[in-house]
Design a protein around this ligand. Structure first.
Ligand code: SF4
Length: 499
């Protein structure tokens, strides 16, 4: 396996690395065009001529993002970081900010003396200001309350507007602020989708007839406050002792052996955690194992990497991209489908780096789909969600799902009532081609699987309770089961005029 993969990886090498090309263009030395996709170059039998390269570089681009905006230099501690370092995956790993102490230290360096309070005062805050020290203390209190540990890549930290972080849609997803949090709805749970109950072996969730979810790891490049798998993913927190999915051969073989033994299984999601935290050899191994199973027709690797650490797709010193394209080519040769599922939640997460990474995946023939989580004060308005969907589409990333935020603990302040997702779907449908229109879904609490939000059998707006059925999901005791989603408490109180 390794030698075949190494041969494949070698196809992408030779000549200047992609990072060197970007560095040259940032410095104004036109040695290689920024839009050149090295995967295409590598796959082509002949190297393009210098004239072809120049013509390619001169071609107009539809991009609305400045190609060589060195946005990370706005962060004081990274003001001297050259593009070569910023595009290096090893540099990104080394400078990832992880845990309470490191995050507090980072915040002390990056926050202004005074920080504006929330524009949306849904947690009772009065508009005004907070000092740097007050916000740092507020974040530490948030970390002590949250179910997810903190870890953020330099890329995603660089996408935050640090002059007004409390109102920034990226900051709000990853950094818990105690004064923004709301008391949990009594129905919120750690494992709200009841994945444990649908796991015949450790790290393998078999809920649908033909599809299963394989969790080879429980580590991610960045931890999201709203993670549906907060019972397992990331380090222990003050409030949660995790049930980690360790990447051990014994556990993997048990899960893959189960997949192999089920003739009705045709489709596997390889998630976690995040497939970005699998070693390239591990990624290639899982891909080859699945491709060798006659019952498996398609699978996807789930990774937030494209949204939070896109430079890895451009860094030829790291072999993850090569491993992914190696599996994609093997899948193509076998007449099977492999895709990458990623996770953008807001247009601000895009930059020229993610554009180039998406372009490289497209050129390499890797199908990329996106799953977005709907969150209050982040992407719950039509303009933001429309822009996100269009940006994804323009980067050949297929908008697949918009999820109603799961009913997991400590995310009450991020949840929206069901009405919000219904309104968004109604407003946006028709604004873009149908095949680029995502499905607006609720992942039913208790394990009913994903259902279109608009397919609810009832929705009582006075109690905030919506009910769904899932006739095709019949495992365990699920036949004829009715699943309930509960709107956030404060939205129900407000709707009833009792606020
Ligand atoms: S990347 Fe996915 S699995 Fe990891 S913390 Fe975020 S939502 Fe959870």
């Amino acid at each position: 396996m390794r030698s075949a993969f190494s041969r494949h990886a070698a196809l992408y090498r030779g000549g200047p690395s992609l990072v060197e090309c970007f560095a040259s263009t940032v410095r104004g030395v036109a040695t290689m065009p920024p839009r050149m996709a090295p995967a295409s170059m590598a796959v082509a039998a002949a190297q393009p001529t210098h004239q072809e390269i120049e013509e390619f570089a001169a071609a107009p681009t539809n991009s609305t993002i400045p190609t060589h905006d060195e946005f990370w230099r706005k962060i004081p501690v990274w003001k001297d970081v050259p593009v070569e370092d910023f595009l290096s995956y090893a540099w990104g790993i080394k400078h990832t900010v992880q845990g309470e102490g490191k995050l507090a230290h980072f915040l002390e360096q990056v926050l202004p003396d005074q920080v504006p309070m929330d524009d949306v005062t849904d947690s009772g805050n009065k508009a005004g200001i907070q000092t740097r020290e007050e916000l740092v203390a507020d974040v530490i209190d948030g970390i002590k309350t949250a179910t997810m540990s903190t870890r953020m890549t330099p890329y995603i930290l660089s996408r935050i507007n640090w002059s007004n972080p409390r109102n920034d849609p990226v900051f709000r997803q990853f950094i818990p602020v105690k004064s923004r949090m709301l008391p949990d709805h009594p129905k919120l749970m750690l494992d709200s989708l009841d994945e444990h109950a649908d796991s015949p072996v450790s790290g393998l969730v078999h809920r649908y007839t033909d599809k299963a979810l394989f969790l080879p790891t429980s580590v991610c490049p960045t931890y999201c406050m709203f993670c549906t798998r907060s019972y397992a993913v990331g380090a222990d927190t003050d409030s949660v002792k995790k049930a980690p999915m360790k990447p051990t051969k014994r556990r993997w073989e048990e899960a893959l052996g189960y997949v192999e033994s089920q003739p009705g299984l045709h489709d596997i999601v390889v998630s976690g955690g995040d497939a970005y935290y699998l070693q390239p050899e591990q990624l290639a191994y899982i891909g080859k194992r699945l491709l060798a199973m006659p019952n498996i027709r398609r699978f996807r690797f789930a990774s937030k990497g494209l949204a939070v650490a896109p430079a890895r797709f451009l860094d030829d010193k790291d072999a993850w991209f090569q491993a992914l394209t190696f599996v994609a080519e093997k899948a193509k040769a076998a007449g099977k489908a492999m895709a990458l599922h990623t996770h953008f939640n807001h247009p601000n997460e895009f930059s020229w780096v993610s554009e180039q990474a998406a372009r490289r995946l497209w050129d390499a023939g890797v199908l990329v789909r996106n799953q977005t989580v709907l969150m209050r004060g982040i992407n719950d308005d039509t303009a933001t969600m429309s822009t996100l969907i269009r940006t994804l589409a323009d980067n050949n990333i297929f908008p697949y799902y918009i999820y109603q935020c799961d009913m997991v603990e400590k995310v009450e302040h991020l949840r929206t009532p069901l009405q919000t997702i219904l309104d968004l779907e109604a407003q946006i449908r028709g604004s873009i081609a149908g095949f680029m229109m995502p499905q607006f879904v609720v992942d039913l609490p208790g394990g009913g699987g994903k259902r279109l939000a608009c397919s609810h059998m009832s929705y009582d707006r006075t109690t905030g309770v919506s009910k769904f059925v899932a006739p095709a999901v019949t495992g365990r005791d699920k036949a004829n089961k009715v699943y309930e989603y509960y709107d956030p408490v404060d939205s129900v109180v407000t709707a009833n005029g009792r606020d």
